[in-house]
Design a protein around this ligand. Structure first.
Ligand SMILES: [Zn+2]
Length: 244
């Protein structure tokens, strides 16, 4: 599927997923071209906003009516997946190198976000999202579109042996997602690993849009945890459903 597309919305530059261009869904992935303080205001994101205490796990939180009344509680919940069918609420996630997975069930009109760093990836966060959508919303995997955000690429993502070991425990064709560099260290393609895991969960590859951007290689566009050795800036991912 077509790459993420950089576009200007008013004063804000953000990436969007062409296949998510449905009238009922709004979404985006911010860049560092904008001052983030008034990002919510400028984009006119629908409040309430929901975000989690991201902990590199595989817990998925469903935002439903009851939870939506306890807005402040949600931001303190540990978790790495958010999913909802409620309208006029916005799901938010933060990232600096980790892929953010965007989900949209075009039939049941359900949206979600997942934070998929290497730990979340090997703990199966992507597959947990699909499972939650199927169990909670009766989604069918064939109807689910996914976008995998700009994230650190295999060009820059050297990982230890333990990462590859864990990946091989969950993904049979793990060797297609990494390669040894000239020093014999592993370089991991986390976006590809997530794509393969999503396929395992029944998502069609045709329905997955992969951003080709590496956050570490593009300092003018992205914050990168690895490049900056821990600098604080992060990109914001958001998705929500409009009222009918
Ligand atoms: Zn790179």
């Amino acid at each position: 599927m077509e790459n993420f597309k950089l576009e200007k919305r008013g004063q804000v530059s953000c990436f969007s997923i062409p296949s998510f261009g449905h009238k009922d869904v709004y979404h985006g992935f911010s860049t560092r071209l904008n001052k983030q303080e008034n990002f919510v205001e400028i984009l006119g994101l629908k409040e309430p906003l929901y975000y989690l205490n991201q902990v590199h796990g595989n817990e998925v939180i469903v935002v439903e009516d009851q939870l939506s009344r306890e807005k402040n509680k949600v931001s303190s919940l540990p978790g790495d997946g958010l999913v909802t069918s409620l309208r006029e609420v916005t799901l938010i996630m933060f990232s600096a190198d980790c892929p953010i997975l965007f989900f949209f069930d075009t039939e049941k009109e359900v949206v979600g976000l997942a934070h998929a760093g290497w730990k979340g990836t090997v703990r199966g966060i992507g597959m947990e999202m699909v499972k939650t959508m199927e169990e909670f919303f009766n989604s069918q995997s064939k109807d689910i579109l996914v976008g995998i955000s700009p994230a650190i690429g295999s060009c820059c993502y050297e990982v230890g042996e333990e990462v590859i070991e864990k990946l091989s425990g969950i993904l049979e064709n793990w060797s297609l997602t990494c390669y040894p560099n000239s020093q014999g260290k592993w370089m991991l393609n986390l976006k590809e690993a997530n794509t393969s895991l999503l396929e395992k969960a029944g998502i069609r590859r045709d329905n997955i849009t992969l951003s080709t951007h590496c956050t570490c290689c593009n300092p003018s566009l992205f914050y990168s945890y690895r490049r900056s050795r821990g600098e604080k800036g992060r990109m914001i991912s958001f998705i929500g459903l409009r009222r009918d």
